[in-house]
Design a protein around this ligand. Structure first.
Ligand SMILES: C[S@@+](CC[C@H](N)C(=O)[O-])C[C@H]1O[C@@H](n2cnc3c(N)ncnc32)[C@H](O)[C@@H]1O
Length: 387
């Protein structure tokens, strides 16, 4: 048995090199050891910690309730710099879960210094709570180094924490989302996972700023094209309410109905918009739209997730929901005339932009008079009015 396993088995805390940053590990079944680990880094007791395995087979064996899709996903991601949030109906490793015993955070790493370790550990990064991650042993706070029962030096590590990916709806629905951006980016996750990516409110702003140059300008141009004096607004793909907040500000008497496939994004929009979000529909834009007549139907950066025929059908449905003097404003990623103008980072299978010309044609076929109000490289705003 390695020194690592011996110290963990005795209820000690080990300072060790993971595949990302330095971490602290202890026996996940020992309340005393966990309290020692939390105390060393000043981690609030209500915060959950992930369980780490050093061998994928051992992890899958320890979690027999996981379904085949989730097992395949874990095999595609791990070992690697990813923490997976998994359903935990059997409440395994209950001491790690804290407030949410139905969720388990899982890491599986491949670390040269710890090859062959079979025991799982409860782990957390080796920094004072809220402090910077340690890339070298010398960057770990002296009090943590002194308080650990075993210190393993793994030299210099990559230094970027793991990406936290939520797989709790993956088994049944095939959807996943990113809860914390880290060492593995969204495109890499998409390549390995397949299934359907879902936006997550906590990481949305950072992700959109990273991948979508021109986001702020697009929002401004959508608001400009939407105009003032409207009362009933329907937003398709409302997300965290970024677009909606602007529209409500410039239309003080307006109320908004939002549609989004992600209940978490809708909840963020509801918290932000309050009572002015009069209805929030969790559903797909490929499905029938909420009932009602609207002065403005608006969508920013959501319709490009639909296939070409789905977009054309959506435009007909939008036409049916618009008041005769209403307007439809569509701000989105498009296929630019020159391929060199494409700068938005797209994810295969999730982002499916069409050209401006195609979308104008579908809008006209749906009974609109349509024009372009703004373009910037591969972004455009189209405005359509019922004929
Ligand atoms: C890039 S965000 C845009 C959000 C907001 N309009 C903004 O500009 O910040 C796209 C939103 O559309 C939602 N979405 C993507 N595909 C969808 C679909 N097929 N049906 C419904 N909502 C979808 C996502 O969940 C996400 O909230």
């Amino acid at each position: 048995m390695s020194a690592f396993e011996t110290v963990i088995g005795r209820g000690g805390v080990v300072l060790f090199p993971s595949d990302t940053v330095y971490g602290l590990a202890c026996d996940p079944a020992s309340q005393v050891a966990i309290e020692h680990l939390y105390a060393l880094k000043g981690r609030p007791p209500d915060k959950a910690a992930a369980i780490m395995f050093f061998d994928l087979e051992a992890a899958l064996y320890a979690l027999p309730e996981l379904g085949p899709n989730t097992r395949r996903a874990l095999s595609a991601l791990m070992p690697g710099a990813v923490t997976a949030l998994l359903p935990n109906p059997a409440r395994r490793f209950a001491l790690s879960a804290r407030a949410d015993p139905q969720t388990l955070g899982l890491r599986v790493v491949s670390v040269p210094a710890l090859v062959g370790v079979q025991v799982p550990v409860l782990q957390s990064s080796a920094n004072l709570s809220g402090g910077a991650d340690a890339r070298r042993l010398s960057e770990v706070a002296p009090a943590i180094r002194a308080g650990a029962d075993l210190v393993i030096d793994g030299g210099e590590l990559p230094g970027v924490a793991s990406t936290v990916v939520d797989l709790r709806d993956y088994e049944q629905e095939g959807v996943w989302s990113v809860r914390r951006l880290g060492a593995v980016d969204e495109d890499e996750l998409a390549r390995r996972l397949g299934g359907r990516f879902r936006f997550e409110p906590g990481t949305y702003a950072a992700m959109v700023t990273d991948t979508l140059p021109g986001y702020a300008e697009l929002q401004g141009q959508v608001a400009l094209a939407a105009g003032q004096g409207v009362q009933r607004i329907l937003e398709l793909g409302i997300g965290t309410g970024e677009t909606a907040a602007r529209l409500l500000e410039q239309n003080p008497r307006a109320q908004i109905t939002g549609v989004d496939e992600s209940p978490a994004m809708l909840a963020a929009a509801a918290a932000r918009l309050g009572e002015r979000l009069v209805a929030a529909h969790a559903g797909l834009l490929q499905e029938p739209l909420p009932e009602g007549r609207f002065d403005l139907v608006v969508s920013a950066l959501a319709v490009h997730h639909l296939e070409a025929d789905e977009k054309a059908l959506l435009f007909s449905r939008v036409r049916e929901r618009l008041a005769p003097d209403g307007r439809f404003v569509l701000g989105d990623v498009v296929v630019p005339q020159s391929p060199d103008a494409a700068v938005v980072e797209l994810t295969d299978g999730y982002d499916k932009p069409s050209s401006v010309a195609e979308q104008l044609e579908w809008l006209r076929a749906a009974g609109f008079e349509a024009r372009v109000s703004w373009t910037l490289r591969d972004l455009a705003v189209l405005v359509a009015r019922p004929l």
